[in-house]
Design a protein around this ligand. Structure first.
Ligand SMILES: Nc1ncnc2c1ncn2[C@@H]1O[C@H](COP(=O)(O)OP(=O)(O)O)[C@@H](O)[C@H]1O
Ligand SMILES: [Mg+2]
Length: 320
């Protein structure tokens, strides 16, 4: 097939907040390209920009692999999907509304709650002079409402009193120019769950994120950048919890009307009750680094097969 690979040209990106992102993006794009070539597809490279649609139309593509995480910043990943939806060519991954639901953590949580998927109690702060909801219990975690890659999460993000809470809320709003999401901090084990498919969906072996010997047991921007946390996949959990997590993950995938692939982040409380934190609509695909290909491999899908599978999901959808 003729596959158009739409990607972020890292020279155009504003990497003020995410200096490590450029290397990861370049590695990922190179890996997807070579996986497609290994599967005998013809790959046409398409750097995402505002006039790419005209260029794409001239290329006579069968399918598009969208690996673009935004032109200048992360939020624009939805804009790129919006552009691709205007074409009559199927593309890998979710549609526009699903990306928006997924990018906005509080919107995802509203959908989780509607579908009976447990998620931590939360409050959105548009300014730092709003009263704290009396139902929320410390410790709380403060994070930007629509970022990713742990941006805005550091050792001081979990707060134990109102003074620290409001300092952090102000910092997040000022620095990221968006509302601060305050959530009850769920202190137990952390898992990430990979979901693959379209109408028929499959859940990969679950991956546990392991924070032993770390200063904190949550994913800060520095732990993430250094790739310092350990992991275990398949996670060592009992069957009952595994079944429950997989069932909730499928429900979350449907709640946001996702397509092809996604990755959910989950924490347990001290009684081992799961809470869904977020669902990533464009999970990382960097071999050897990103969780999604690790989970795929543990579930019997090697990297090249995973990329091929994604392309076929999109292509078959387009034929209907
Ligand atoms: N309510 C919470 N309870 C416990 N840990 C949390 C909570 N929210 C976020 N975290 C921690 O912060 C990390 C990043 O938060 P997340 O909402 O997944 O943002 P990102 O989009 O940056 O990945 C999580 O992987 C987890 O370690
Ligand atoms: Mg996350």
């Amino acid at each position: 097939m003729r596959v158009g690979l739409v990607y972020t040209d890292t020279n155009k990106r504003n990497s003020l907040f995410d200096p490590h992102g450029n290397i990861q993006t370049n590695n990922t794009v190179a890996a997807i390209k070579s996986a497609l070539e290994n599967k005998n597809h013809e790959v046409i490279m398409i750097p995402a920009d505002i006039d790419m649609l005209i260029k794409i139309k001239e290329k006579n593509l069968d399918v598009i692999f969208n690996a673009c995480t935004g032109i200048k910043n992360k939020k624009e990943q939805a804009n790129v999907v919006a552009m691709l939806e205007l074409l009559d060519i199927p593309f890998v991954g979710s549609g526009l509304s699903s990306h928006i639901f997924g990018l906005h953590k509080e919107i995802s949580k509203v959908l989780f709650r509607k579908m009976g998927i447990p998620t931590p109690n939360s409050q959105l702060f548009y300014s730092d002079d709003t009263k704290l909801d009396g139902n929320l219990r410390f410790p709380l975690i403060v994070k930007p409402e629509h970022e990713g890659s742990s941006l805005g999460i550091d050792n001081e993000s979990v707060v134990y009193n109102e003074k620290a809470l409001y300092e952090k809320i102000k910092e997040v709003i000022d620095k990221f120019n968006q509302p601060a999401l305050v959530e009850e901090y769920v202190n137990g084990r952390e898992f990430t769950i990979g979901i693959l498919g379209d109408k028929d969906i499959q859940v990969f072996e679950i991956l546990e994120v392991i924070y032993s010997k770390m200063e904190v047991n949550f994913m800060t921007v520095s732990i993430k950048a250094k790739d310092a946390a350990g992991y275990e996949c398949p996670a060592n959990i009992d069957k009952e919890l595994e079944v429950k997590l997989k069932e909730y993950a499928k429900r979350a995938f449907r709640a946001l009307e996702l397509r092809d692939y996604a990755r959910a982040d989950v924490r347990l409380d001290r009684y081992n009750n799961p809470y869904f934190i977020e669902i990533n609509t464009l999970p990382g695909l960097e071999p050897g680094y990103s969780d999604f290909p690790k989970m795929a491999e543990k579930s019997g899908l090697k990297y090249d097969d995973l990329i091929e599978k994604l392309v076929l999901l999109a292509y078959n959808r387009g034929k209907k």
